[in-house]
Design a protein around this ligand. Structure first.
Ligand code: SF4
Length: 373
């Protein structure tokens, strides 16, 4: 079978218009240097970072500890508006909210905020579109538009934290507790921006949001060189590998990047990550009816994982409108779980939050594009 062409992008953004720089693009030291370039004392940058990360404010009117005449220039240099809300849709009695964002050049991305009894999680986009071409995925069908900057990624997270703090979700004010890089895009194909964003999440106040790395999940379809870089980074986030099948033959089709890095290599890289960080990794597996949900595949997956420190997250497929790919039958899903458990492999079936609001990555952006075309 001829495989679709894969366009790999590693830190080579194909941006048509340069994204304005934001304090979230810089390290804490670089932020201070930007302030000094503006002729201001370095500590002004720290004050702005405190407003942004600790008070979740990018409105210079509220920065009362900074002289009024400085606020506009420092805001223009450090907190330009990078994302604008186009619309939000909710379901699950308002506990799930999907936001569609327009970036400075008109590109659309989306994030999903989900409140549970014990946590509130935001799923964010790291790229506009995706170049990985997985045939069952709405985002993959449209290809990659461009990488997001660290500022654009971080803005989605800070916006979610603000929504939580302002009590906009039912149940009153809460704290954003978890961040998952599982929206549009392949995070490790936009490595530097994703790592800067992770540091913005995990750095303690005032340099970041002060959320534990354990509460951050970075997913990948298996870019082995990206996993190796992440291993060297020394940030113990949870690694989620989108495997989707235990055999290379089918994976070459479901996840075309498999023609470059085989399952054996991907799992070896994930094992090395686990060894280095002590963090169990997760195997993401979208269950697709009659494609990858047979019991022999569950058996093969169980044998592959039984001696590894991995957890399987089964995802009932959220069908793309007009697509032949659909969710597994309940009985096939139950059998798949039973076989995996017989090997002692921990497994959960992910809840399908957001299903009524085009919950699969890219579906809201695709629908909006159709509306405006
Ligand atoms: S499933 Fe993920 S990696 Fe594959 S095309 Fe969709 S967004 Fe990209």
């Amino acid at each position: 079978m001829t495989l679709p062409e894969i366009k790999l992008v590693f830190d080579e953004p194909v941006q048509r218009k340069k994204t304005p720089k934001h304090l979230a693009d810089y390290s804490p030291q670089e932020r201070r240097e930007v302030a000094q370039e503006l002729g201001l004392p370095a500590f002004r940058a720290t004050q702005v970072a405190t407003h942004y990360f600790s008070h979740l404010s990018d409105d210079p009117q509220t920065w009362s500890d900074i002289p009024a005449e400085m606020r506009q220039s420092i805001a223009a240099a450090l907190t330009p508006k990078l994302i604008e809300l186009v619309r939000s849709v909710t379901c699950d009695d308002g506990m799930t909210r999907k936001d569609l964002w327009k970036l400075h050049d008109g590109v659309l991305v989306e994030s999903v905020l989900m409140r549970y009894t014990d946590r509130t999680t935001v799923c964010i986009s790291s790229q506009a579109g995706c170049g990985m071409n997985c045939p069952f995925c709405a985002t993959g069908q449209a290809g990659l538009t461009r990488n997001l900057s660290a500022g654009e990624i971080t803005e989605q997270i800070v916006a979610a934290a603000r929504t939580c703090a302002n009590g906009e979700l039912p149940g009153g004010p809460t704290r954003l507790s978890n961040i998952v890089f599982m929206g549009m895009g392949e995070p490790l194909a936009n490595y530097n921006a994703v790592i800067r964003s992770v540091r913005n999440i995990t750095d303690p106040s005032p340099d970041g949001l002060g959320i534990s790395a354990r509460s951050v999940t970075v997913s990948t379809v298996g870019l082995v060189n990206g996993i190796e870089k992440l291993t060297e980074e020394g940030i113990a986030v949870t690694l989620a590998v989108s495997l989707h099948t235990p055999d290379d033959e089918l994976r070459n089709t479901l996840v075309p990047i498999n023609s470059r890095w085989k399952i054996r290599e991907v799992l070896a890289a994930a094992d090395a990550y686990e060894k280095r960080t002590g963090r169990r990794y997760s195997i993401e597996y979208a269950l697709i009816r009659d494609i990858n949900d047979q019991s022999w595949r569950s058996d093969l997956l169980g044998r592959l994982l039984k001696n590894r420190n991995a957890h399987v997250n089964l995802i009932p497929l959220n069908p793309t409108p007009g697509s032949k790919w659909t969710a597994s039958r309940r009985e096939d899903e139950a059998e798949f779980v039973r076989i995996l458990e017989s090997y002692g492999v921990p497994v959960t079936v992910r809840d399908t939050r957001g299903r009524e609001i085009d919950g699969a990555c890219g579906q809201l952006a695709a629908a909006e594009k159709t509306r405006t075309d």
